[in-house]
Every structure is written in structure tokens, then in C-alpha cells.
Design a protein around this ligand. Structure first.
Ligand code: ATP
Ligand code: MG
Length: 598
């Protein structure tokens, strides 16, 4: 390919709305263009990168015996109603784009394909003899993300590989899950990425194994906690740890203390000489359920601990037996609009009475109460007295009454590791590039996908699902591989493996030598690019640095003696070599398996 024919437009300046390095470089390097919020065009260079990533993914999926397929993106609402997810995906903070056709039938644009694939399985799979089977596809997904950002990292339209496996028992599911885990590690390694597998939240389904693959990078949106040797690694949403011990409260009788203006834990602790771990704090939230019911929630936490919202939503989903569409703090205005009296915010205790809710316009009239394990573990503590400017000192749970105990706190860096208490957790930022998940029978049960088992019984299928964010992965590679001058693609996914830069295209000797090298490289199966533009050499070098082709052959003044410069983009190592040696060096460093011409 010739740069002069590539429609290449590079930018010197950082685009104003591009926040992270990989996004800036992909825009500046002519790889992507923003068309709308979370909507990007993949320009020819980017499409090459994506094709290479998809090739690697396909090879690894095919290796496992998975069957490639292509499922519809327009999905009838009935399928999602059958699985019970239509409401959750379209109402409240739901992320499914949805529409009505000319017959006023509701449809969604596929954010994921469990429903479609389970429906197919229920139609096509009848007997254990057809199992196991794994289907996969590579396709554009649509999600109306609340915060689309960072270019391809969180788009509203993006490319995903999704796979679904079907089994007649749980053991076979976990076997294939294990194979997928290995295939994922190979995929990320082959793409030149440093990725770690972490325990992931498996949502409200609970129990089932789930792992995310994180590319570690400072720009990552996820927080992950790892033990120093890497034996334990988990997304913070899911992570568990040993909380630091609480400071015991000094001896003394239980009493009411006056705490004027001491609303926050900090204010209370500094005025009363307390440590936050001696306090039980109370949060009031409102959960919107699938039935549109609004359930007030009261959560107790040890004063020095933070609420983990994912853990809370999971606990509520199970306890209230409903998806949680929204969860928001309760404020004074909402109380007013419910026709309720103000609450003593800042002095609320765990035993806040349900009387406060009686007469509410639409809320359920009882608090659903939960307490984190570390709060329950306190023998004596300080907490609100449910009247303004008053707290209780030396209170105990026997005085309050029983509250359901759940793990609701965020594990943090510095906490001791549960599996090895000698070690402390460390934190890293990660970009989630893949997610594998043992779904179990959730969808086969709700959608009636049954097979005849070996014993002749009718039973729901066991299912796994396995996603890779293809377009996110490609950008994550840039996040891990760039420098001040631009991108430095891993060889296996670079749009081209070599760029031949002719310093001066007016010079016939340079031109001839450059063209010879270009065509010899191509005949060896190397995907080469030749910069044949009439630009100044400096401009071409800058562009070559920016677009990040792994190897550069510079044909300049040395051409008279038949010499060229061979430059390694990542470490800038430069050697001057005669043409033939330059070519044989390239053949050495570019293994045949990555010599794929697109
Ligand atoms: P996230 O937590 O980042 O929103 P998710 O858990 O919702 O992702 P999955 O449903 O597990 O994502 O989708 C599989 C993969 O698709 C993810 O691991 C990620 O790599 C990719 N992905 C998900 N959402 C997006 C998006 N909006 N833009 C680009 N890639 C995405
Ligand atoms: Mg995920």
C-alpha cells in the first residue's frame, strides 16, 4: 500500500475532546474519526488492526472447535420479555437502544445475544448427543452507555466477539470454561497485550464463576486488587479482604451524647475524639424495582468503610427477588414530595423506625435493612440516636435489634488478603477487554431451553458466555504501547509490519531502491507500506512515528552506496545496512505466522 493512496490525514495537535493518550493518538494518526457521541468510523488503518485482532480471535476460537455464526442485531422484545430482561435493559438506566417498527412491534438493538442464542438452542438442541456445542460471532454491538467516552474504549457502537457454550451438565460447562480461559490468555498474549485474569462480579445470578481479563493501564476505568505474587486478583466490585481491625471503644456506660453540627463522620470523630472504626454510619437509599415499586433501604457500615454498590445491588436483587433498576440516596426533597416529615440526617441510627415512612405517597412503608459484616462485628459503637444533634455512645446490637449481615464494603489496597493474610492487596487500574462467565441455567430455565439427558430426563441446558471487546482491545493495545511521538503497535496487530520511507522522492536512486525493497518485502509475504509522498523527510518521519508501524526502512542519502537505515519503532534502535541485509533482518524479526497480507 502507498501512503499517497491511503487517504491519510494526520493531526499535529491533540484534539480538544480526546482525553486519554490512546484516543488522542488514534485520532491524530488517522485511525478513527468521531461521528457522534460514542460513535466512531474505523478508517482503513484501523480496520486493518481490527482485522488482525479478529483473525487471532477466530483462530483461537476455531481451535477450540467453536462454530462461527452471525446472529441478528434487531431483536424482538418478546425474547427479552421471556428472559425477564426487557424492563431492566430499556427502563431506568437500561442501555438497550429500542424502537418500534411500522407495525408498532417493539425491538431492541442487540447489546448482547443471550436471548437470541438461547432461543435458537431451545429450537435446535434436543438431546445430550448434540452436546457440547459452542457458537461464536464477531459483530457490532449497540449500547446506549450512560457515559460513552475515551474513543473506542466505551462506545455506543462497538465490535465484540461473543461466544456461547451449551452443555448437559455443570462439569462439562466448567471444562469448556477452563479451555476458554486458556484461549483468552493466548489471544491477549498473541495481540501483544499484558492482561491479567481477575475474579469478577457475576451479577445477581450469584454463585457462578466469572472472570474478567484486564489490560493494566493507568487510564483503565476498573480498579483491580491483586496480591503481590498475583495469586489473588479481583475487580474491586467483587474483591474481598480482611478489614483493618476496629479500635475498641473505652469502657463506660451506654449514654446519649450531644453532637450539634456533627453531621459527617469526620466532624463527629474530631469533635468527640473518636476513630471512624468506632462509629456505625447509616445510609438511606431508594431502590426502584422492576414492578416500579420504590423500596427504601437502610444500610449500616463501619464508619471507616466504604459502601460497595455492586455488592449491595446483588444482595438486594436476591433479598427483594427483583432486578434493581435504580438505586439513589434519599434526600430531604424526596421526603417532602412523598409527604413525609424530614429525617434527622447526620444522626440516623440503625434502628430508625418505619413510622417515618407511614403515609408515603409511593414508597413501600418499611425500610429494608442490611449491615456490613464489619459493622455487625463491633461489640460497642457510636451511632446516631435518630434525633437531631444526638448520638448514642457505647451502643450495642442487642440494644438495636437484629439486622441482616452481608459483605457490603469495598476491599481496598493495604487490606490483608483473605487467602494469605500475610500479604496485603495492591491496587492497579485495568481496562476490561474480556469476560468469561458460567451462566449456569439462568437463561435456559427462563426461556425453556431443555434437552433430553443421558437418563432420559428433560432438563434445562447448562450455558457459558464469553466476550471480547475487539475494538476496545485494539485501543487498549495503544494505551499499553505508545510514547511521546506516537503509537508503537505490537507486530501481530500492526496495520502494516514495515514502512519504507523514501526521504526524497525527487531522487531517482532513492525512489528505485525504495520501490525494490517494497516489492521484495511484499513478495516475502510481509505487509509493507511505502511513503511515496512528495512531503519533506521530516514530515514523513513524524508521521511514521505517529502511526507506529513496528519497522521502518529509511531510504535516504545512503542509497547511492546501496545502504538504508533500519529502525525499530519501539526502542528506536537504528542500523545502517545494505539492502539485502536489511531485508534478511526483517525476515528474521517478522516470523512467518504474522506475515499476513490483508
Ligand atoms: P463494562 O463493565 O466495561 O461496561 P461489560 O461488563 O458491560 O463492560 P460485557 O457485557 O462483559 O461488558 O461485554 C464483553 C466485552 O465487551 C467487555 O469485556 C468489553 O471488552 C467490551 N465492551 C463492553 N462494553 C463496551 C463498550 N461500550 N465499548 C467498547 N467495548 C465494550
Ligand atoms: Mg463484563
Amino acid at each position: 500500500m502507498r501512503v499517497s493512496r491511503l487517504m491519510l490525514v494526520t493531526l499535529r495537535d491533540v484534539p480538544a475532546d480526546a482525553e486519554i493518550a490512546s484516543q488522542q493518538l488514534l485520532i491524530r494518526g488517522g485511525y478513527i474519526r468521531r461521528v457522534g457521541s460514542g460513535i466512531y468510523a474505523y478508517l482503513p488503518l484501523m480496520w486493518r488492526v481490527l482485522q488482525r485482532v479478529m483473525r487471532i480471535v477466530r483462530e483461537e476460537m476455531n481451535q477450540l472447535g467453536a462454530l462461527e455464526t452471525l446472529l441478528p442485531q434487531l431483536q424482538p422484545a418478546e425474547l427479552w420479555e421471556k428472559s425477564g430482561r426487557w424492563q431492566g435493559y430499556t427502563a431506568g438506566e437500561g442501555i438497550m437502544f429500542h424502537l418500534q417498527d411500522r407495525q408498532e412491534r417493539s425491538l431492541g438493538l442487540g447489546p448482547t445475544h443471550e436471548e437470541v442464542v438461547t432461543q435458537l438452542a431451545s429450537d435446535l438442541l434436543r438431546s445430550y448427543r448434540q452436546l457440547p456445542v459452542t457458537l461464536y460471532q464477531i459483530q457490532t454491538k449497540f449500547r446506549d452507555e450512560i457515559r460513552p467516552r475515551f474513543g473506542l474504549m466505551r462506545g455506543r457502537e462497538f465490535i465484540m466477539k461473543d461466544a456461547y457454550s451449551f452443555h448437559d451438565d455443570e462439569r462439562d460447562l466448567s471444562r469448556v470454561y477452563g479451555e476458554m480461559e486458556n484461549a483468552y490468555s493466548r489471544i491477549f498474549q498473541r495481540c501483544g497485550l499484558h492482561a491479567v485474569g481477575v475474579d469478577a462480579d457475576s451479577g445477581a445470578i450469584g454463585g457462578s464463576a466469572s472472570q474478567e481479563f484486564m489490560v493494566t493501564a493507568d487510564a483503565g476505568e476498573d480498579l483491580i486488587l491483586v496480591s503481590p505474587g498475583g495469586e489473588y486478583a479481583a475487580n474491586q466490585e467483587k474483591a474481598i479482604s480482611i478489614a483493618p481491625p476496629a479500635l475498641p471503644l473505652p469502657a463506660g456506660d451506654a449514654q446519649i451524647i450531644s453532637t450539634p453540627g456533627q453531621i459527617t463522620i469526620d466532624q463527629l470523630c474530631s469533635a468527640q475524639s473518636l476513630h471512624p472504626s468506632q462509629v456505625v454510619k447509616v445510609l438511606l437509599l431508594l431502590a426502584k424495582l422492576e414492578s416500579s415499586d420504590e423500596q427504601p433501604i437502610l444500610v449500616c457500615l463501619r464508619g471507616d468503610q466504604e459502601l460497595n454498590e455492586v455488592k449491595l445491588v446483588n444482595a438486594l436483587t436476591q433479598q427483594l427477588d427483583s432486578p434493581i433498576l435504580e438505586l439513589n440516596p434519599i434526600n430531604a426533597e424526596q421526603l417532602k414530595s412523598q409527604g413525609l416529615q424530614p429525617l434527622p440526617f447526620g444522626s440516623i441510627g440503625p434502628d430508625l423506625s418505619d413510622h417515618h415512612l407511614s403515609g408515603a405517597r409511593s414508597w413501600r412503608p418499611q425500610f429494608h435493612k442490611l449491615a456490613d459484616t464489619t459493622a455487625i462485628a463491633l461489640e460497642r459503637f457510636v451511632c446516631g440516636a435518630n434525633s437531631d444533634n444526638q448520638h448514642r455512645w457505647g451502643c450495642s446490637w442487642s440494644a438495636i435489634g437484629a439486622i441482616q449481615e452481608v459483605d457490603l464494603r469495598n476491599a481496598k489496597a493495604g487490606d490483608h488478603c483473605v487467602s494469605n493474610p500475610e500479604q496485603c492487596l495492591e491496587e492497579r487500574r485495568g481496562i476490561e477487554v474480556g469476560h468469561i462467565f458460567q451462566l449456569g441455567r439462568k437463561y435456559s430455565q427462563s426461556m425453556g431451553a431443555q434437552i433430553t439427558t443421558k437418563d432420559g430426563k428433560q432438563e434445562p441446558l447448562w450455558m457459558g458466555c464469553y466476550g471480547i471487546g475487539i475494538s476496545r482491545l485494539a485501543q487498549a493495545a495503544v494505551e499499553q504501547h505508545h510514547d511521546n511521538a506516537g503509537i508503537s503497535w505490537p507486530l501481530s496487530i500492526a496495520p502494516f509490519q514495515v514502512i519504507v520511507v523514501i526521504a526524497n522522492v525527487q531522487d531517482e536512486i532513492q525512489m528505485t531502491l525504495g520501490e525494490e525493497i517494497y516489492s521484495e518485502l511484499r513478495s516475502e509475504g510481509i505487509d509493507a507500506l511505502i511513503d511515496d509522498r512528495g512531503e519533506r523527510a521530516g514530515v514523513k518521519f513524524k508521521d511514521a512515528d505517529l502511526i507506529g508501524i513496528p519497522w521502518r526502512v529509511v531510504v535516504g542519502r545512503g542509497a547511492i552506496e546501496g545502504n538504508v537505515e533500519l529502525v525499530n519503532r519501539s526502542d528506536r534502535d537504528t542500523v545502517v545496512l545494505p539492502k539485502a541485509e536489511a531485508i534478511s533482518s526483517l525476515l528474521n524479526v517478522i516470523p512467518t505466522e504474522v506475515r499476513v497480507q490483508l
